[in-house]
Ligand binder design. Structure first.
Ligand SMILES: Nc1ncnc2c1ncn2[C@@H]1O[C@H](COP(=O)(O)OP(=O)(O)OP(=O)(O)O)[C@@H](O)[C@H]1O
Ligand SMILES: [Mg+2]
Length: 275
């Protein structure tokens, strides 16, 4: 059996005295889309930051192709094929589309950057059309496409995406998910997809994990998660009314990790926001 591309073995992460991830084990096979679901503050972004080396585990290890990369710096991980699309599709608004794309190749030492740019333009023709436009003037969906294109410029093997559909109108959300599918199927690039919208994420994912206050509550194929009553109840709007009781919501709480005294979230509702 071949090694998974990425593996967490019993990873725990602390922020000072508080534990954000607890004994998390997960695997991602080459070419797959794996989605990580979970409520607010359940540890999704922390998991992504741990893959990228932006936070360090207090326990456990992270493996790429079987090699222990737990102590590797972020640039070294990028060199080895990891890339990210950060939350809120941060692009450089005052730079052109093309200059934004070129920033994605900054770690590359080869001379084929122009060729990759051409590949990205072929994959996303809209970006070629708009290459001289300032990124900040593009629509939300176009900025997301640009953020994907920039990640592809490093010729990654795995792209980590933190809530790429956040704040986008439903029609645009569908297009973003199509792009994610194409990135894995046509380019063979694996995707680690952090999402709150389970319904959408499971449509494009091969496997999924559900985090609940820093622990893996459910793991399985996308099909298994879609059929899981707990997942349906908490994330897919299936079954009884809200407040049907703790038993109905367990083991996946809807308001996962939100504790009294937490700041109210200012997150826009992706189902209501417009592009
Ligand atoms: N830099 C930090 N310092 C201290 N605590 C942090 C830090 N980053 C995250 N946390 C805490 O770790 C927990 C997990 O946060 P994380 O951002 O991973 O959750 P999330 O699942 O991505 O949430 P959301 O859905 O709101 O994006 C939260 O309780 C959060 O407050
Ligand atoms: Mg997050």
């Amino acid at each position: 059996m071949s090694e998974p591309l990425l593996e967490f073995r019993g990873v725990s992460v602390d922020y000072g005295p508080s534990r954000a991830l607890s004994d998390v084990s997960l695997t991602l096979d080459a070419g797959h889309v794996v989605c990580l679901l979970g409520g607010n503050a359940s540890g999704k972004s922390t998991t992504m930051k741990t893959i990228l080396g932006l936070v360090r585990p207090a326990a456990g290890s992270v493996h790429l192709d079987g090699a222990d990369i737990t102590k590797w710096s972020t640039p070294r991980r990028v060199q080895a094929g990891l890339a990210s699309v950060p939350e809120a599709r941060r692009v450089f608004p005052e730079m052109t589309v093309e200059d934004n794309l070129l920033t994605g190749a900054y770690t590359r030492r080869d001379r084929a950057v122009r060729a990759t740019l051409d590949e990205v333009y072929t994959f996303f023709p809209r970006l070629r059309e708009r290459r001289r436009q300032l990124a900040g003037t593009m629509s939300g969906g176009e900025q997301q496409m640009l953020a994907f294109g920039r990640a592809l410029m490093s010729r990654p093997r795995l792209i980590c995406m933190d809530e790429p559909t956040m704040g986008l109108a439903p029609i645009v959300v569908e297009r973003v998910l199509e792009h994610i599918s194409r990135i894995s199927q046509e380019l063979g690039v694996s995707v680690f997809l952090v999402e709150q919208n389970a319904e959408l994420a499971l449509q494009v994912a091969d496997r999924g994990y559900v985090l609940r206050t820093g622990e893996i509550a459910v793991a399985g194929t996308a099909r298994e998660l879609l059929a899981n009553p707990g997942v349906r109840e908490a994330y897919l709007g299936g079954g009884g009314a809200a407040g049907a009781g703790d038993a109905a919501l367990d083991p996946i709480a809807l308001a996962d990790g939100i504790r009294p005294g937490d700041e109210p979230t200012t997150r826009p509702d992706p189902r209501r926001a417009h592009d």
